[in-house]
Structures are given as structure tokens and as C-alpha cells.
Design a protein around this ligand. Structure first.
Ligand code: ZN
Length: 144
């Protein structure tokens, strides 16, 4: 529950910060003639706000991955508490939830195979399936 909330928040956070800075730009632009102190203060404070926004993002991501790892160590999906299948992609192990199809890598981050260039031509093999998962191994190439 808390994981899904954090995950959703972390997905919209960068875009929300971007739009907040764009809104601040228009506020500063509107005040350039009326009251020039506002844009000056906004320009100076924006440098620090970027650092704060980045630090907040890193802290939130740290908590999200910590919750995910604590759940994945028990073999459970952080989002729906179903037992995960362990897959081996090249040298790395990823855990896939048979129920909600979320995939997690070793650090607890969501795993997106299309974004990993180094995993492009690696074979995927099922290391061990969850007890209730009735899925068959995707291939039998024996890449373990
Ligand atoms: Zn799940």
C-alpha cells in the first residue's frame, strides 16, 4: 500500500516539479514590470530550489527502494504481496510478480528491459518460480 503510493508519487514528482518551475517563471515574468523584486528573489532562490527538489527526490526514491527491497527479500511483491518469480537476465537477477506483472531489479527499482542496452541480447531464464505460480519457464537455454 505505502509502496504503491510512493511509487506513484515518484513517477509524477519530476513532471510536477518541472511544471512548478514553469509556473514560477510566469509569475516572475508577470512581476518584472510591476514589482521587480519578485523576479530577482525567484531567480536567486530557484538555484536552491533545484537542489532541494533533487534531494527530496533522492530521499523519496531511497524510501521507495527500501520498502521494495524489504518486501523482495521475503520473496513477496511490494505492491500486491504475491510471491515473486525470480528470473535471471544475463548476470543479473530480477523478480517478476506473476499477479501484477511488475518487475524489480536487485536494488528494488522497477525493471524495464527495453531501457537496458546491456540486457538487449541476453537470454531470460526462470531461476525458480513462486509456489503458487503455475508458469512454465520461458526458454530452456539454461543460462543459469
Ligand atoms: Zn505484484
Amino acid at each position: 500500500m505505502i509502496y504503491r503510493f510512493l511509487r506513484g508519487f515518484n513517477e509524477i514528482y519530476p513532471v510536477a516539479v518541472l511544471f512548478a518551475f514553469i509556473a514560477a517563471f510566469f509569475v516572475a515574468f508577470a512581476f518584472t514590470v510591476i514589482y521587480p523584486l519578485v523576479p530577482i528573489v525567484l531567480i536567486i532562490s530557484s538555484v536552491f530550489l533545484v537542489v532541494i527538489a533533487r534531494v527530496v527526490f533522492l530521499v523519496l526514491r531511497h524510501f521507495e527502494r527500501g520498502i521494495a527491497l524489504a518486501s523482495l527479500r521475503n520473496g513477496k511483491c511490494p505492491a500486491c504481496a504475491t510471491a515473486c518469480d525470480v528470473l535471471r537476465v544475463g548476470e543479473s537477477r530480477v523478480q517478476e510478480c506473476p499477479s501484477c506483472r511488475r518487475i524489480f531489479d536487485e536494488v528494488g527499482a522497477p525493471y524495464v528491459p527495453q531501457e537496458r542496452v546491456e540486457d538487449a541480447n541476453k537470454s531470460v531464464s526462470l531461476e525458480h518460480a513462486s509456489p503458487e505460480g503455475a508458469r512454465v519457464a520461458a526458454d530452456g537455454s539454461g543460462g543459469v
